[in-house]
Design a protein around this ligand. Structure first.
Ligand SMILES: Cc1cc2nc3c(=O)[nH]c(=O)nc-3n(C[C@H](O)[C@H](O)[C@H](O)COP(=O)(O)OP(=O)(O)OC[C@H]3O[C@@H](n4cnc5c(N)ncnc54)[C@H](O)[C@@H]3O)c2cc1C
Length: 331
Protein backbone atom coordinates (compact mmCIF):
# COMPACT_ATOMS: atom_id res chain seq x y z
CA UNK A 1 0.00 0.00 0.00
CA UNK A 2 1.30 3.38 -1.06
CA UNK A 3 1.04 5.77 1.96
CA UNK A 4 1.01 8.85 -0.20
CA UNK A 5 -2.28 10.72 -0.62
CA UNK A 6 -2.52 12.54 -3.92
CA UNK A 7 -4.67 15.59 -4.52
CA UNK A 8 -5.51 14.42 -8.02
CA UNK A 9 -4.94 11.09 -9.72
CA UNK A 10 -5.36 11.09 -13.46
CA UNK A 11 -6.29 7.80 -15.10
CA UNK A 12 -4.98 7.79 -18.68
CA UNK A 13 -1.81 9.34 -20.08
CA UNK A 14 -3.08 10.54 -23.46
CA UNK A 15 -3.05 14.22 -24.47
CA UNK A 16 -5.95 15.00 -22.09
CA UNK A 17 -4.32 13.34 -19.08
CA UNK A 18 -0.80 14.64 -19.78
CA UNK A 19 -1.85 18.25 -20.08
CA UNK A 20 -4.20 18.03 -17.08
CA UNK A 21 -1.31 16.60 -15.03
CA UNK A 22 0.96 19.50 -16.00
CA UNK A 23 -1.76 22.09 -15.30
CA UNK A 24 -2.41 20.56 -11.86
CA UNK A 25 1.32 20.51 -11.05
CA UNK A 26 1.55 24.15 -12.06
CA UNK A 27 -1.02 24.74 -9.29
CA UNK A 28 1.30 22.83 -6.90
CA UNK A 29 -1.07 19.93 -6.47
CA UNK A 30 0.20 16.41 -5.68
CA UNK A 31 -0.50 14.51 -8.88
CA UNK A 32 -0.37 10.89 -10.02
CA UNK A 33 -0.61 10.07 -13.72
CA UNK A 34 -1.50 6.45 -14.46
CA UNK A 35 -1.15 4.88 -17.92
CA UNK A 36 -1.84 1.29 -18.88
CA UNK A 37 0.68 1.29 -21.74
CA UNK A 38 4.45 1.42 -21.14
CA UNK A 39 4.58 4.95 -22.60
CA UNK A 40 2.57 8.14 -22.37
CA UNK A 41 0.90 9.78 -25.38
CA UNK A 42 -2.41 7.99 -25.99
CA UNK A 43 -3.81 7.80 -29.51
CA UNK A 44 -1.40 10.23 -31.24
CA UNK A 45 1.59 8.26 -29.99
CA UNK A 46 0.10 4.79 -30.30
CA UNK A 47 -2.22 4.94 -33.29
CA UNK A 48 -0.80 7.60 -35.58
CA UNK A 49 2.71 8.50 -34.45
CA UNK A 50 3.79 9.70 -37.88
CA UNK A 51 0.54 11.16 -39.15
CA UNK A 52 0.34 14.94 -39.04
CA UNK A 53 -2.12 16.93 -36.97
CA UNK A 54 -3.14 20.39 -38.19
CA UNK A 55 -5.59 21.62 -35.56
CA UNK A 56 -3.51 22.16 -32.42
CA UNK A 57 -3.34 25.82 -31.40
CA UNK A 58 0.07 27.39 -32.12
CA UNK A 59 1.40 24.19 -33.76
CA UNK A 60 0.55 24.51 -37.48
CA UNK A 61 1.68 20.98 -38.26
CA UNK A 62 2.83 18.35 -35.80
CA UNK A 63 3.15 14.57 -35.95
CA UNK A 64 1.57 12.39 -33.29
CA UNK A 65 4.95 11.50 -31.86
CA UNK A 66 6.24 15.10 -31.85
CA UNK A 67 3.11 16.23 -30.03
CA UNK A 68 3.83 13.61 -27.36
CA UNK A 69 7.44 14.82 -27.14
CA UNK A 70 6.27 18.40 -26.58
CA UNK A 71 3.75 17.31 -23.94
CA UNK A 72 6.44 15.22 -22.22
CA UNK A 73 8.88 18.14 -22.23
CA UNK A 74 6.23 20.39 -20.73
CA UNK A 75 5.33 17.82 -18.07
CA UNK A 76 9.00 17.43 -17.13
CA UNK A 77 9.08 21.12 -16.05
CA UNK A 78 6.91 20.16 -13.07
CA UNK A 79 6.87 16.44 -13.07
CA UNK A 80 4.35 14.28 -11.27
CA UNK A 81 4.43 10.66 -10.12
CA UNK A 82 3.96 8.48 -13.17
CA UNK A 83 2.64 4.93 -13.01
CA UNK A 84 3.33 3.39 -16.42
CA UNK A 85 2.25 -0.09 -17.56
CA UNK A 86 -0.39 0.26 -14.85
CA UNK A 87 -4.13 -0.09 -15.41
CA UNK A 88 -6.73 1.07 -12.95
CA UNK A 89 -9.20 -1.71 -12.40
CA UNK A 90 -11.50 -0.19 -9.77
CA UNK A 91 -12.19 3.04 -7.93
CA UNK A 92 -13.73 2.85 -4.47
CA UNK A 93 -14.83 5.64 -2.12
CA UNK A 94 -13.34 5.40 1.38
CA UNK A 95 -14.25 8.18 3.83
CA UNK A 96 -13.52 11.38 1.88
CA UNK A 97 -10.92 9.74 -0.33
CA UNK A 98 -10.82 7.52 -3.39
CA UNK A 99 -8.84 4.29 -3.53
CA UNK A 100 -7.73 3.26 -7.00
CA UNK A 101 -6.73 -0.39 -7.45
CA UNK A 102 -4.21 -1.27 -10.11
CA UNK A 103 -3.66 -4.43 -12.13
CA UNK A 104 -0.39 -4.80 -10.19
CA UNK A 105 -2.18 -5.10 -6.85
CA UNK A 106 -1.22 -1.56 -5.76
CA UNK A 107 -3.63 0.96 -4.22
CA UNK A 108 -3.36 4.64 -5.07
CA UNK A 109 -5.12 6.93 -2.59
CA UNK A 110 -6.34 10.29 -3.80
CA UNK A 111 -8.66 13.15 -2.95
CA UNK A 112 -9.89 13.63 -6.51
CA UNK A 113 -9.84 11.57 -9.69
CA UNK A 114 -9.77 12.63 -13.32
CA UNK A 115 -10.76 9.89 -15.74
CA UNK A 116 -9.00 10.49 -19.08
CA UNK A 117 -9.07 7.02 -20.57
CA UNK A 118 -9.96 7.97 -24.15
CA UNK A 119 -11.51 4.96 -25.81
CA UNK A 120 -10.29 2.77 -22.96
CA UNK A 121 -7.22 0.60 -23.03
CA UNK A 122 -6.52 0.06 -26.73
CA UNK A 123 -7.79 -3.22 -28.10
CA UNK A 124 -7.83 -3.27 -31.87
CA UNK A 125 -10.74 -5.06 -33.51
CA UNK A 126 -9.08 -8.15 -34.91
CA UNK A 127 -9.72 -10.35 -37.93
CA UNK A 128 -12.58 -12.62 -36.94
CA UNK A 129 -11.32 -15.88 -38.47
CA UNK A 130 -8.53 -18.13 -37.23
CA UNK A 131 -5.11 -17.71 -38.78
CA UNK A 132 -1.54 -18.78 -38.05
CA UNK A 133 -0.56 -16.64 -35.04
CA UNK A 134 3.05 -16.37 -36.27
CA UNK A 135 1.69 -13.94 -38.89
CA UNK A 136 0.93 -11.38 -36.15
CA UNK A 137 3.27 -8.36 -35.97
CA UNK A 138 5.45 -9.61 -38.80
CA UNK A 139 2.87 -9.97 -41.59
CA UNK A 140 -0.43 -8.86 -40.02
CA UNK A 141 -0.31 -5.57 -38.15
CA UNK A 142 -2.99 -3.80 -36.14
CA UNK A 143 -0.86 -0.72 -35.32
CA UNK A 144 1.70 1.28 -37.26
CA UNK A 145 4.69 1.50 -34.94
CA UNK A 146 7.08 2.65 -37.62
CA UNK A 147 5.87 3.58 -41.09
CA UNK A 148 9.22 2.47 -42.53
CA UNK A 149 8.15 -1.13 -41.85
CA UNK A 150 6.04 -0.70 -45.01
CA UNK A 151 8.78 0.75 -47.16
CA UNK A 152 9.38 -0.84 -50.59
CA UNK A 153 6.98 -3.74 -49.99
CA UNK A 154 3.51 -4.69 -51.20
CA UNK A 155 0.94 -3.65 -48.62
CA UNK A 156 -2.79 -4.20 -48.17
CA UNK A 157 -4.71 -2.01 -45.75
CA UNK A 158 -8.09 -3.27 -44.53
CA UNK A 159 -10.86 -0.92 -43.38
CA UNK A 160 -12.92 1.99 -44.59
CA UNK A 161 -12.71 4.64 -41.85
CA UNK A 162 -10.49 7.70 -41.49
CA UNK A 163 -7.64 5.74 -40.03
CA UNK A 164 -7.57 3.11 -42.82
CA UNK A 165 -7.83 5.68 -45.61
CA UNK A 166 -5.21 8.00 -44.05
CA UNK A 167 -2.80 5.12 -43.52
CA UNK A 168 -3.30 3.79 -47.04
CA UNK A 169 -2.44 7.26 -48.41
CA UNK A 170 0.63 7.70 -46.18
CA UNK A 171 1.89 4.16 -46.80
CA UNK A 172 1.41 4.46 -50.56
CA UNK A 173 4.08 7.19 -50.57
CA UNK A 174 6.77 4.70 -49.54
CA UNK A 175 5.41 1.22 -50.33
CA UNK A 176 6.04 -0.67 -53.54
CA UNK A 177 2.28 -1.06 -53.98
CA UNK A 178 -0.73 -0.39 -51.78
CA UNK A 179 -4.26 -1.72 -51.89
CA UNK A 180 -7.20 -0.80 -49.70
CA UNK A 181 -9.75 -3.50 -48.91
CA UNK A 182 -13.18 -2.35 -47.75
CA UNK A 183 -16.49 -4.15 -47.44
CA UNK A 184 -18.52 -1.22 -48.78
CA UNK A 185 -18.26 0.99 -51.85
CA UNK A 186 -18.44 4.11 -49.67
CA UNK A 187 -15.79 5.06 -47.12
CA UNK A 188 -16.45 6.44 -43.62
CA UNK A 189 -13.61 8.92 -44.01
CA UNK A 190 -13.26 12.67 -44.48
CA UNK A 191 -14.17 13.87 -47.96
CA UNK A 192 -10.72 15.42 -48.44
CA UNK A 193 -9.06 12.08 -47.60
CA UNK A 194 -11.33 10.19 -50.00
CA UNK A 195 -10.47 12.75 -52.72
CA UNK A 196 -6.78 12.11 -52.12
CA UNK A 197 -7.41 8.38 -52.21
CA UNK A 198 -9.22 8.62 -55.54
CA UNK A 199 -6.35 10.64 -57.01
CA UNK A 200 -3.71 8.20 -55.75
CA UNK A 201 -2.51 4.97 -57.35
CA UNK A 202 -3.86 2.91 -54.45
CA UNK A 203 -5.78 -0.10 -55.70
CA UNK A 204 -9.26 0.02 -54.17
CA UNK A 205 -10.70 -3.41 -53.55
CA UNK A 206 -14.37 -3.06 -52.67
CA UNK A 207 -16.84 -4.31 -51.73
CA UNK A 208 -14.79 -7.21 -50.39
CA UNK A 209 -14.41 -8.94 -47.05
CA UNK A 210 -11.35 -10.89 -46.00
CA UNK A 211 -12.05 -14.58 -45.56
CA UNK A 212 -8.55 -15.85 -44.81
CA UNK A 213 -4.85 -15.02 -44.62
CA UNK A 214 -2.14 -17.62 -45.20
CA UNK A 215 1.53 -17.80 -46.04
CA UNK A 216 1.99 -17.94 -49.80
CA UNK A 217 2.89 -21.60 -50.51
CA UNK A 218 5.66 -20.62 -52.98
CA UNK A 219 7.17 -17.74 -51.07
CA UNK A 220 6.98 -17.68 -47.27
CA UNK A 221 7.82 -13.95 -47.23
CA UNK A 222 4.48 -13.25 -48.87
CA UNK A 223 0.93 -13.72 -47.64
CA UNK A 224 -2.18 -14.61 -49.61
CA UNK A 225 -5.29 -12.71 -48.60
CA UNK A 226 -8.48 -14.45 -49.70
CA UNK A 227 -11.23 -11.98 -50.50
CA UNK A 228 -14.93 -12.60 -51.01
CA UNK A 229 -16.96 -10.13 -53.01
CA UNK A 230 -19.99 -9.02 -50.99
CA UNK A 231 -23.31 -10.66 -51.97
CA UNK A 232 -21.56 -13.04 -54.38
CA UNK A 233 -19.60 -16.26 -54.05
CA UNK A 234 -16.68 -14.81 -56.03
CA UNK A 235 -13.33 -15.35 -54.36
CA UNK A 236 -10.12 -13.52 -55.17
CA UNK A 237 -6.61 -13.75 -53.79
CA UNK A 238 -4.28 -10.81 -53.28
CA UNK A 239 -0.62 -11.55 -52.54
CA UNK A 240 1.27 -8.97 -50.49
CA UNK A 241 4.11 -8.66 -47.96
CA UNK A 242 2.06 -7.04 -45.22
CA UNK A 243 -1.55 -6.54 -44.17
CA UNK A 244 -2.47 -3.59 -41.96
CA UNK A 245 -5.87 -4.14 -40.37
CA UNK A 246 -7.66 -0.94 -39.38
CA UNK A 247 -11.06 -2.03 -38.16
CA UNK A 248 -11.15 0.40 -35.25
CA UNK A 249 -10.88 -0.30 -31.56
CA UNK A 250 -13.01 -1.97 -28.96
CA UNK A 251 -13.87 0.45 -26.19
CA UNK A 252 -13.59 -0.40 -22.57
CA UNK A 253 -16.72 1.16 -21.15
CA UNK A 254 -17.68 -2.07 -19.37
CA UNK A 255 -15.07 -1.27 -16.74
CA UNK A 256 -16.72 2.13 -16.21
CA UNK A 257 -20.01 0.46 -15.32
CA UNK A 258 -18.24 -1.24 -12.43
CA UNK A 259 -16.96 2.16 -11.32
CA UNK A 260 -20.60 3.37 -10.98
CA UNK A 261 -19.97 6.37 -13.12
CA UNK A 262 -23.02 7.57 -15.06
CA UNK A 263 -22.78 6.82 -18.75
CA UNK A 264 -24.48 7.91 -21.92
CA UNK A 265 -23.79 5.00 -24.27
CA UNK A 266 -20.07 4.25 -23.94
CA UNK A 267 -19.28 7.81 -22.76
CA UNK A 268 -19.18 9.43 -19.33
CA UNK A 269 -21.76 12.14 -18.74
CA UNK A 270 -20.15 15.29 -17.35
CA UNK A 271 -21.32 18.73 -16.28
CA UNK A 272 -19.90 21.96 -17.70
CA UNK A 273 -17.20 21.67 -15.03
CA UNK A 274 -16.30 18.12 -16.10
CA UNK A 275 -17.86 16.59 -12.99
CA UNK A 276 -19.25 13.07 -13.11
CA UNK A 277 -22.05 11.84 -10.83
CA UNK A 278 -19.43 10.77 -8.23
CA UNK A 279 -17.97 13.24 -5.69
CA UNK A 280 -14.63 14.68 -6.80
CA UNK A 281 -14.48 12.37 -9.82
CA UNK A 282 -14.04 14.26 -13.07
CA UNK A 283 -13.69 13.08 -16.65
CA UNK A 284 -12.09 14.69 -19.70
CA UNK A 285 -11.08 13.93 -23.28
CA UNK A 286 -12.54 11.43 -25.71
CA UNK A 287 -14.33 9.44 -22.99
CA UNK A 288 -16.76 12.24 -22.09
CA UNK A 289 -19.98 13.44 -23.59
CA UNK A 290 -21.88 16.71 -23.21
CA UNK A 291 -23.83 18.83 -25.69
CA UNK A 292 -21.41 20.01 -28.36
CA UNK A 293 -18.55 17.67 -27.38
CA UNK A 294 -15.84 17.30 -30.05
CA UNK A 295 -13.45 14.37 -29.90
CA UNK A 296 -10.40 16.51 -30.59
CA UNK A 297 -7.11 17.17 -28.86
CA UNK A 298 -7.83 20.91 -28.69
CA UNK A 299 -11.03 20.19 -26.75
CA UNK A 300 -9.27 17.67 -24.50
CA UNK A 301 -6.63 20.28 -23.68
CA UNK A 302 -9.32 22.73 -22.56
CA UNK A 303 -11.22 20.23 -20.45
CA UNK A 304 -8.22 19.42 -18.20
CA UNK A 305 -7.89 22.95 -16.76
CA UNK A 306 -11.65 23.12 -16.18
CA UNK A 307 -11.60 19.82 -14.24
CA UNK A 308 -8.46 20.70 -12.27
CA UNK A 309 -9.81 24.14 -11.32
CA UNK A 310 -13.09 22.67 -10.10
CA UNK A 311 -11.21 20.00 -8.12
CA UNK A 312 -8.99 22.68 -6.60
CA UNK A 313 -12.04 24.70 -5.53
CA UNK A 314 -13.68 21.62 -4.01
CA UNK A 315 -10.58 20.43 -2.18
CA UNK A 316 -9.19 23.77 -1.01
CA UNK A 317 -12.06 26.28 -0.94
CA UNK A 318 -10.03 28.74 1.16
CA UNK A 319 -6.92 28.58 -0.97
CA UNK A 320 -6.02 31.50 -3.11
CA UNK A 321 -5.92 30.36 -6.68
CA UNK A 322 -5.69 32.32 -9.83
CA UNK A 323 -7.24 31.80 -13.21
CA UNK A 324 -5.44 34.28 -15.34
CA UNK A 325 -1.70 34.72 -15.77
CA UNK A 326 0.72 31.84 -15.16
CA UNK A 327 3.77 34.12 -14.92
CA UNK A 328 3.35 34.16 -11.13
CA UNK A 329 4.73 30.60 -11.21
CA UNK A 330 8.04 31.64 -12.78
CA UNK A 331 10.92 30.37 -10.70
C1 LIG B 1 -6.26 8.08 -36.86
C2 LIG B 1 -6.65 9.23 -35.95
C3 LIG B 1 -6.36 10.51 -36.35
C4 LIG B 1 -6.70 11.59 -35.52
N1 LIG B 1 -6.39 12.86 -35.93
C5 LIG B 1 -6.67 13.90 -35.12
C6 LIG B 1 -6.34 15.23 -35.51
O1 LIG B 1 -5.80 15.47 -36.59
N2 LIG B 1 -6.65 16.25 -34.65
C7 LIG B 1 -7.25 16.03 -33.42
O2 LIG B 1 -7.49 16.99 -32.67
N3 LIG B 1 -7.58 14.77 -33.04
C8 LIG B 1 -7.31 13.71 -33.85
N4 LIG B 1 -7.67 12.44 -33.46
C9 LIG B 1 -8.36 12.28 -32.16
C10 LIG B 1 -7.41 12.44 -30.95
O3 LIG B 1 -6.31 11.55 -31.09
C11 LIG B 1 -8.18 12.20 -29.65
O4 LIG B 1 -9.20 13.15 -29.56
C12 LIG B 1 -7.24 12.32 -28.45
O5 LIG B 1 -6.22 11.36 -28.49
C13 LIG B 1 -8.04 12.15 -27.15
O6 LIG B 1 -7.13 12.18 -26.08
P1 LIG B 1 -7.45 11.44 -24.70
O7 LIG B 1 -6.29 11.74 -23.81
O8 LIG B 1 -8.83 11.77 -24.26
O9 LIG B 1 -7.50 9.88 -25.06
P2 LIG B 1 -6.39 8.88 -25.62
O10 LIG B 1 -5.48 9.56 -26.54
O11 LIG B 1 -7.17 7.71 -26.10
O12 LIG B 1 -5.57 8.45 -24.33
C14 LIG B 1 -6.16 7.68 -23.30
C15 LIG B 1 -5.07 6.90 -22.58
O13 LIG B 1 -5.65 6.26 -21.42
C16 LIG B 1 -5.05 4.97 -21.26
N5 LIG B 1 -5.97 4.13 -20.47
C17 LIG B 1 -7.16 3.61 -20.87
N6 LIG B 1 -7.72 2.88 -19.88
C18 LIG B 1 -6.88 2.97 -18.82
C19 LIG B 1 -6.90 2.43 -17.49
N7 LIG B 1 -7.95 1.71 -17.02
N8 LIG B 1 -5.84 2.69 -16.67
C20 LIG B 1 -4.79 3.43 -17.10
N9 LIG B 1 -4.72 3.96 -18.35
C21 LIG B 1 -5.75 3.74 -19.19
C22 LIG B 1 -4.86 4.48 -22.71
O14 LIG B 1 -3.87 3.48 -22.79
C23 LIG B 1 -4.47 5.78 -23.43
O15 LIG B 1 -3.06 5.94 -23.49
C24 LIG B 1 -7.35 11.36 -34.27
C25 LIG B 1 -7.63 10.05 -33.86
C26 LIG B 1 -7.30 8.99 -34.69
C27 LIG B 1 -7.61 7.58 -34.25
Amino acid sequence: MNDKIYDISIIGGGPAGMFAAYFARLRNLKVALIESLPKLGGQPETLYAQKHIYDIAALPKVSGTDLTKQLTEQLEIRNCDQYLSTSITSIVRKDDLWELSTNKGETITTKAVIIAIGNGAFEPRKLTFDYDSSLDDEKINYFVNNIDDFKDVDVAVAGGGDSAVDWAIDISKIAKSTSLIHRRNKYRAMESSVDKLNKSDIQQLNPYIIKGVNYNPDNKDKIDITLKKIKTNDLDVVTVDKLLVNYGFVSDSKILRDWNVELNGPFIKVTQEMETNLPNVFAIGDIVTYPGKLQLIATAFAEGPIAVTKALRNLYPDKDYFEHSTSIFEK
